[in-house]
Design a protein around this ligand. Structure first.
Ligand code: ARG
Ligand code: ZN
Length: 871
């Protein structure tokens, strides 16, 4: 059944307090809950109390004000327990029995490698007990955990521990109280044999907070980085947003089985091990950065999410978009802001734009859904963050901060909407943001068509901007958006004109379908630098010549636009070569293009991090997203050709740069050292496509001698994807034996093989499914092998015979019964069938239809498949 935003009504009953007692048992956990219930004065009067409850929950006992409820006093349907006649206010006691061991969906209470943990967002609490499982019902939670003391020495809950004791049967118990009212989705518990790293943090007002990060004993050495990140995030939120932590203790627990990245449960975050464990020997630099940003993200949720939460799940971006924006700014402050921005925009412009153009496209605030789990999307997270960033840009940092202060003050302890967020910004700025709110209600990626005119006689320059937005499933027609368009104007000597307010970047505000902006006193014909720092999530078209793009690449003061000019220049060439390839013409690189790269290579030592970005061709995913029709073989072939040609023609430069950026002095985690590694390893990857034994020796040596995973892994992947098959197999075998006991490293090992573009990819993946390091129940393993193959190995996945599509459909069907969230997510590549030529379309559609015909699908998979088929 589809749920609509327009049908929202306030809850009929409120729960002032809930007291829970868990008697943990692998197959029969007893959950007793005691609720103080009262009618909501704000809602229509009813005598029926409807509680959510999953069909897997067994109802053992139910009492109202101490008396057993007669069987005809309530009704149990598939998803609800309805009490037919309840008083104004009362106490409700419910006892349920659940089976954590059988819980393979990893929602609610489940076992991860023998330890108990929970995941309640969005609707997992109803798999634990009967309750109004909606975010606008907020209650004060008390939790008592009872479990065998020797097997589960650590018992954790939300809030502060208040009491503990032992029972005579070898079990022990702990009671936790969380004083902050919260929705059920923020409830969590953990029980296991865990170790922890402990530290202290003194808040800005001088309160002492105990910080604990829990993991299995073997992983204790991998927690330092997360702890540092946590302390940095706590300090940053005080400094940048004035937000102080509010409990005496903050805990993070690492678990191996987890559907997503991490979860911000109040005072007790639960993390996918992949997003919290980090050690130089086993984690790449990219992994380190991910850990830092996810730790910060979940911490920031304490205010943007927990203290102020969502009224309903349509408002998910209220907390996610804002929190992603906050963690992006944090990362920009911790590292290079330009590199951070390039990474963010990369995700937005490839994956989110593709989502916006597909059958699952939805507004940042969706208007309807079948299964909310399907809406933890790039649109809600990344585009939602881009929308908050536009408010920040339009209002300026100071006014934005005032707006955030007002928002937190006004809504502390409440469950609110994205409208409330924008209203706070409107109130502090005195601006009418009505039109701006269309970003929340209209899906699709807007197009900006820019043209210009310079009149030398009047020294007047004009920019004409037309905006439009393609149709998406929920709407054919779109109204114009209100957006900030940051521009600069370059002189022929490469410097920027001084524009309004003495600045070299000017903010143009677009509100109309078509607008013309006039610049006066422009004394020479300028070259526009448009959409600086990617000021809005749009596709911009302006008729640059190749020479103009090359000029921006070397002169634009805006680091992001310099990078982007290089990308656009490469992208044009890619597209010309794709056309040549499709017409059977020979491929060749223009000398001017090679010369541009040569000069970037020469300047690389000045800024290795930036150089590593500039010297990376547009990804296959980005090329695909921008293509009229996706031809995966042509895209792969052309990109590979370009890499080979650049490697060959600039071989000595790559080699020299590679040597210069060697790690002589040993590993450090500094930004400079990370930048050096990224540039060196990029050079190595170019050299390796030349298939020369000398370069192979260089990579092998790096593999053997590296003292860190970044360098070792870069060497591995460059050899594993090369034509040196024997060496590839050797290194893969060596890597396996070196790291077989490190589960996260084994994910990487699976991924290298899953993404190998050489022929026979599917057969290799099928073999790996049988390998002992693979675990068909573990989401990280599924993502690393099946997910990586289908999303990052286009040539093999899109094999002409349809074998990749069939393989994916087989696994979706198998997985759906086990873990619907993961199954639905894995479907993404098939949903994009309209983007391919007719033959592939037919093959992909056939597999979607096959899944549909199976019947008995989860809501998750049903929603994605049905929407994909009817688009
Ligand atoms: N709120 C979490 C985060 O973004 C994500 C939880 C997603 N859970 C889910 N079942 N989809 O930090
Ligand atoms: Zn989040």
């Amino acid at each position: 059944p589809t749920i609509y935003l327009k049908d929202y009504t306030p809850p009929s009953f409120l729960i002032d307090t809930i007291s829970l007692r868990f008697e943990l048992d692998e197959t029969a956990t007893r959950v007793k809950s005691q609720l103080q219930v009262r009618r909501n004065p704000q809602a229509a009067v009813t005598r029926q109390l409807q509680l959510h409850g999953h069909e897997s929950v067994e109802l053992c006992e139910i009492k109202l004000n101490g008396a057993h409820l007669a069987a005809d006093a309530y009704q149990r349907e598939a998803e609800f327990l309805t009490l037919l006649d309840v008083p104004e206010s009362f106490e409700l006691e419910i006892e349920t029995c659940i089976n954590p061991e059988a819980n393979t969906a990893l929602e609610g209470l489940y076992l991860s490698d023998g330890m108990y943990c929970t995941q309640c967002e969005a609707e997992g609490f109803r798999r634990i007990t009967f309750y109004p499982d909606r975010p606008d019902v907020m209650s004060v939670f008390t939790t008592t955990l009872v479990a065998d003391a020797s097997r589960f020495p650590v018992l954790l809950g939300n809030g502060n521990p208040v009491q503990r004791g032992e029972l005579d049967d070898g079990r022990h118990w702990v009671t936790w109280v969380d004083p902050f009212p919260k929705p059920a989705y923020l409830f969590a518990l953990v029980a296991g044999d865990l170790q922890c790293l402990e530290d202290q943090f003194t808040t800005c007002s001088g309160r002492q907070v105990t910080l604990q990060i829990y993991a299995e004993a073997k992983d204790l050495e991998k927690l330092d980085h997360a702890m540092t990140a946590l302390k940095n995030a706590m300090r940053w939120d005080e400094e940048v947003y004035g937000r102080e932590y509010d409990l005496d203790i903050y805990m993070i627990v690492a678990v191996d089985f987890f559907n997503m990245g991490a979860m911000e449960n109040k005072g007790l975050n639960i993390f996918n091990t992949a997003c919290v464990l980090a050690h130089p020997r086993t984690t790449t630099d990219a992994g380190f950065q991910r850990v830092e940003s996810v730790v910060a993200h979940e911490y920031f949720h304490n205010w943007s999410g927990n203290r102020v939460t969502c009224r309903d799940w349509f408002q998910l971006s209220l907390k996610e978009g804002f929190t992603v924006f906050r963690d992006q700014c944090f990362s920009a402050d911790m590292h290079s802001a330009v590199v951070q921005r390039v990474d963010e925009v990369g995700i937005l412009r490839t994956a989110q734009f593709a989502e916006d153009a597909g059958p699952m496209a939805h507004p940042v605030r969706p208007a309807s859904f079948i299964e909310i789990s399907n809406f933890y999307t790039l649109t809600v997270y990344e585009k939602g963050a881009a929308v908050v960033r536009m408010l920040h840009t339009l209002l300026g940092a100071d006014v934005f901060r005032k707006g955030a202060d007002l928002y937190f003050e006004r809504h502390d302890g409440q469950a609110v909407t994205t409208d409330d967020f924008v209203q706070a910004m409107a109130d502090v700025s005195g601006r009418d943001l009505t039109q701006f709110k269309r970003w929340y209600s209209q899906a699709g990626t807007p197009r900006l068509k820019v043209s210009d005119h310079y009149d030398a006689a009047s020294q007047r320059y004009q920019l004409n901007v037309q905006q439009s937005c393609p149709a998406t499933p929920e709407a054919q027609q779109k109204l114009p958006f209100h957006l900030p368009l940051s521009v600069g104007l370059l002189r022929a000597d490469g410097s920027s004109f001084v524009l309004k307010d003495g600045k070299t970047t000017q903010l143009l505000e677009l509100t109309e379908a078509e607008q013309t902006f006039v610049f006066d006193s422009i004394d020479e014909a300028p070259l526009p630098s448009l959409l600086r720092d990617f000021s809005a999530p749009v596709k911009l078209v302006y008729g640059y010549t190749d020479e103009q793009l090359a000029f921006l690449l070397s002169h634009d003061e805006d680091g992001f636009n310099r990078w982007d000019a290089g990308q656009q220049l490469s992208l044009r060439l890619v597209n010309r070569l794709i056309a040549d390839y499709q017409q059977g013409k020979p491929l060749s690189l223009p000398d001017t293009f090679v010369a541009t790269w040569q000069s970037v290579l020469q300047q690389a030592p000045q800024d290795p991090a930036m150089a590593a970005l500039l010297l990376t061709l547009p990804s296959e995913a980005y090329i695909s997203e921008t293509a009229e029709q996706i031809d995966p073989l042509a895209i792969h072939h052309v990109r590979h050709f370009m890499r080979c040609a650049l490697a060959e023609q600039l071989e000595s430069s790559w080699l020299e740069l590679c040597r210069q950026h060697d790690s002589q002095s040993g590993y450090t985690a500094s930004a400079a050292d990370m930048a050096r590694r990224s540039l060196r390893n990029l050079c190595l990857s170019y050299l390796m496509v030349l298939e020369s034994p000398a370069h192979l020796a260089l990579a092998q040596q790096q593999f053997e001698t590296a003292d860190n995973m970044t360098d070792q892994f870069a060497a591995l992947i460059s050899v594993a994807h090369s034509g040196f098959r024997d060496s590839a197999d050797e290194l893969l075998a060596e890597f396996l034996s070196q790291w077989q006991h490190e589960s996260l490293v084994m994910n990487q090992w699976l991924m290298v093989q899953a993404t190998d573009p050489r022929e026979g990819g599917l057969a290799r993946v099928q073999q790996l499914l049988e390998h002992p390091v693979y675990d068909a129940r573990n989401p990280n393993k599924i993502r690393s092998l099946i997910g990586a193959f289908c999303q990052q190995n286009a040539v093999n996945f899109h094999a002409q015979d349809g074998s990749g599509y069939r393989f994916l459909a087989d696994h979706i069907l198998q997985l759906d019964a086990q873990n619907p969230q993961i199954a639905a997510r894995l479907l993404t590549p098939l949903t994009r069938w309209r983007r391919y030529a007719a033959d592939r379309q037919a093959l992909m559609q056939a597999q979607l239809q096959r899944i549909m015909d199976k019947g008995q699908l989860s809501g998750d998979v049903y929603e994605v498949v049905s929407k994909s088929l009817c688009q």
